[in-house]
Design a protein around this ligand. Structure first.
Ligand code: PEP
Ligand code: CO
Length: 464
């Protein structure tokens, strides 16, 4: 493997060609020498993922783009170094696996799982600084830049090495769990579907509906066991793929983990990267860096995306029109999705690009309570998602995936869901330092909703 970062790949691209462009959300380090030394060290460290895995993900996303698979992407808004510990990793993996099982069953389709994990540390901010007790501090930019504590707000290059090693430890444990049987469909303490009593679900009608889905799902699993389809030697049933992803925000860090393999450039720090809604300018540094990568890439698409920008953006990121190379992760808000999505679908249809359409119903639905707590309403999340499914169908397009901020832990950050969390409950276990997430039950609520949607699609009469 050639790990130099200087050879040009497509046309005039190189892993550092972004440096000639305007880079938004950049971090100003005081000690440039220390930064250079850290980046040199990162450039020597071994990759965290292999290009074989990235090629496998590319293949799977091509199938999503061709409507043969569904994509589930989820995890924390801001991953913290502290989450690199066995319980948070296990609970996040568990909720993603359980959601995907419900989606596989409900959609009768294979599901590709991408965790926002093992590197989701850097955060874009609307303001670079904040005032606390009359004093100005650098805003918290994520654990790979600075600390949440006011005394640790100066950007520290050593945190980039911390990001690498925490990502490595996280991904190592994810791999160990998956290859050790954590994903086995019948593993009692991980799936445990038979024990579910839905005690958290307040409404008896919803509880009965969910219980029916779980009973039927368990029936299917029993049937598979009866016919031997769950034979442990059959890897497709015992094990699953779990890919990692993060926002590719800190271009110095991303460049230092970019490697040339078989004449192509891969970011081997993660399987999948996306460009945030604030950094996707056609002539900006982020789009420039992303256009040279072999990894599949995502772009967040919000209300400020002009339909006429989509074609040129896709021409840059996907010059060979390869299905699934680009995922458009739409995030408008429940009250805006109907205004913007149809024109965005039409703009992409007018090109030769086959994208994955993915709905992020989180980032357009953030609000603050009267007392200033950042939250989201489950109903708004569900509404944006439901509308996205419907609009794609009406436009003869297909929603290929979903993107959530979630955790496997019992946090109280999002209002609503089947447990009917109230605004007054938010203080009970509000943990996030960035955006509010779905908790374990709310995440499964969403998976059941999608399963129900697919059921209705298969037998529309039932839902009339
Ligand atoms: C995020 O995904 O955490 C985020 C900041 O999203 P967006 O770029 O869509 O605002
Ligand atoms: Co977020």
């Amino acid at each position: 493997m050639d790990s130099t970062n200087t050879q040009a790949a497509p046309g005039d691209w190189s892993p550092t060609s972004w440096k000639s462009k305007k880079v938004l959300q950049d971090v100003a380090y005081e000690n440039q020498e220390e930064l250079t030394s850290v980046l040199g060290k990162l450039n020597k460290l071994p990759p965290l993922v292999s290009h074989y895995e990235i090629k496998n993900l590319r293949k799977q996303l091509a199938e999503v783009a061709e409507n043969k698979r569904f994509l589930l992407q989820g995890g924390d808004c801001a991953e913290l170094f502290d989450y690199c510990s066995h319980e948070p990793i296990e609970s996040k993996l568990k909720v993603l696996l359980q959601m995907s099982l419900i989606l596989v069953w409900g959609g009768r389709t294979s599901v590709t799982r991408i965790a926002r994990m093992a590197g989701q540390y850097a955060k874009p901010r609307s303001k670079p600084t904040e005032i606390v007790d009359g004093k100005e501090y650098t805003a918290f930019r994520g654990d790979n830049v600075n600390g949440i504590a006011l005394a640790e707000r100066d950007p520290d290059p050593q945190r980039l090495l911390g990001a690498y090693f925490h990502s490595a430890a996280t991904i190592n444990y994810v791999r160990a769990l998956i290859s050790g049987g954590f994903a086995d469909l019948h593993h009692p303490e991980t799936w445990n579907l038979k024990e579910w009593k839905f005690a958290h679900v307040e409404n008896p009608a919803v509880r009965a509906e969910y219980q029916t889905i779980v009973n039927r799902l368990n029936d299917s699993l029993d049937f598979m066991r009866t016919i031997g389809a769950d034979d442990p030697s059959k890897d497709a049933i015992r094990t699953v793929d779990m890919f990692t992803s993060h926002e590719g925000l800190l271009l110095d860090y991303e460049t230092s983990l970019t490697r040339k393999v078989d004449g192509k450039y891969y970011n081997l720090g993660t399987h999948y990267l996306w460009i945030g809604d604030r950094t996707r300018q056609l002539d900006g540094g982020h789009v420039e860096y992303f256009r040279g990568l072999e990894n599949p890439v995502g772009v967040k698409v919000g209300p400020s995306m002009k339909p006429e920008e989509l074609g040129p953006l896709l021409d840059i990121l996907d010059p060979n029109c390869e299905p699934g190379k680009v995922t458009l992760i739409t995030r408008y808000g429940h009250d805006k999705v109907s205004v913007y999505l149809p024109a965005h679908i039409a703009a992409v249809k007018a090109t030769n690009h086959k994208v994955v359409w993915c709905c992020d119903p989180m980032h357009g639905n953030t609000e603050s309570t009267a007392s200033g707590v950042k939250t989201r309403r489950f109903d708004h999340i569900a509404t944006e998602l439901g509308r996205a499914f419907r609009i794609h169908k009406e436009c003869q397009s297909k929603l290929g995936g979903v993107h959530f901020e979630l955790t496997g832990d019992p946090v109280t950050e999002t209002i609503g869901g089947s447990m009917n969390l109230q605004e007054s409950d938010l203080g009970r276990n509000y943990q996030t330092f960035c955006d509010p997430r779905l908790n374990y039950e709310q995440s499964l609520d969403i998976a059941f909703m999608i399963a129900k949607y697919y059921e209705g699609e298969r037998s529309p009469m039932k839902h009339l």
